[in-house]
Design a binder for this molecule. Structure first.
Ligand code: IPE
Ligand code: IPE
Ligand code: MG
Length: 251
């Protein structure tokens, strides 16, 4: 599938089993910058500039859903100037890249608490979601002001508000009321930047996904790194608690 007007010149490797849904914890911007004697803000800028390349490469492969962790509920605790820089960069990303993403058939969605996002950026996000809502080629979820535990609490509260009985609180009904709604759970979760933790990302939805941890910082995570993560995934054998099958294929 060719998603973009100008696909990467790097040939697409054949990936035997593609994940339907990939989630990415885009980490390491600050250390990327510090190792180059740049400000952390410069790291976030380089990270924001990397977004389209990575989205387009996953799209070229045919990944249906990409969920990007851009700002956590815990990230509000960072120095004010850094938080403000991230808000500005997110705003600029939408202003600059929305039309190209729309033209490429991408449906943008937001995960998390939009009410806690500064109004200028919240307006942009709502506009981007509205503008791209009928696109069908690929869904990109921007997790911005997202926290996994808060997601579960909100889902259970919504069920109670609807009058659900104890028996109606099930794994299926909780899943359906999470911010990811009807989307399938991620099959592959990538974390850049060297840490091996989930940091309150999709804690419910990631219960059975495969993990790919890489030391590469987010601004350096480009086309070859996307390809390598997908090739590695295709070699995994997912068993979901069952006995191994002998065909060696990831399901
Ligand atoms: C990820 O990079 C971006 C956000 C959390 C917003 P970091 O800013 O966490 O970079 P490191 O982990 O400090 O290198
Ligand atoms: C996770 O990165 C959040 C995002 C990438 C948006 P952090 O840098 O905030 O995570 P910790 O603090 O290392 O766990
Ligand atoms: Mg970090």
């Amino acid at each position: 599938m060719v998603l973009t007007a100008q696909p990467s010149p790097i040939p697409l490797p054949r990936v035997r089993t593609l994940p339907r849904h990939v989630a990415v914890i885009m980490d390491g911007n600050g250390r990327w910058a510090e190792s180059r004697s740049l400000s952390r803000q410069e790291g976030h800028r380089a990270g924001a500039e990397n977004l389209r390349t990575v989205i387009e490469r996953f799209g070229e492969h045919g990944v249906e859903i990409l969920t990007l962790f851009a700002f956590s509920t815990e990230n509000w605790g960072r120095p004010r100037a850094e938080v403000e820089a991230i808000m500005r960069l997110a705003t600029r990303f939408i202003d600059r890249d929305l039309e190209a993403l729309h033209d490429a058939g991408i449906r943008l969605q937001h995960l998390g608490d939009i009410d806690g996002v500064p109004s200028g950026l919240a307006k942009r996000i709502r506009k981007a979601v509205e503008r791209t809502r009928d696109n069908t080629r690929m869904t990109v979820n921007l997790a911005f002001n997202y926290g996994g535990r808060a997601d579960i609490v909100a889902a259970v509260r919504a069920l109670i508000a609807e009058g659900a009985t104890a028996e109606e609180i099930t794994e299926e009904s909780i899943s359906a009321h999470l911010t990811t709604g009807a989307l399938p759970d991620p099959d592959l979760l990538i974390r850049t930047g060297g840490e091996r933790r989930i940091s309150n990302f999709l804690v419910w939805q990631a219960a059975y996904c495969e993990y790919h941890f890489t030391a590469t910082a987010w601004p350096d995570f480009g086309v070859p790194e996307v390809d390598a993560a997908l090739v590695e995934f295709s070699r995994r054998r997912r068993r979901f608690g069952l006995v191994p099958e002998d065909n060696g294929a990831a399901e």
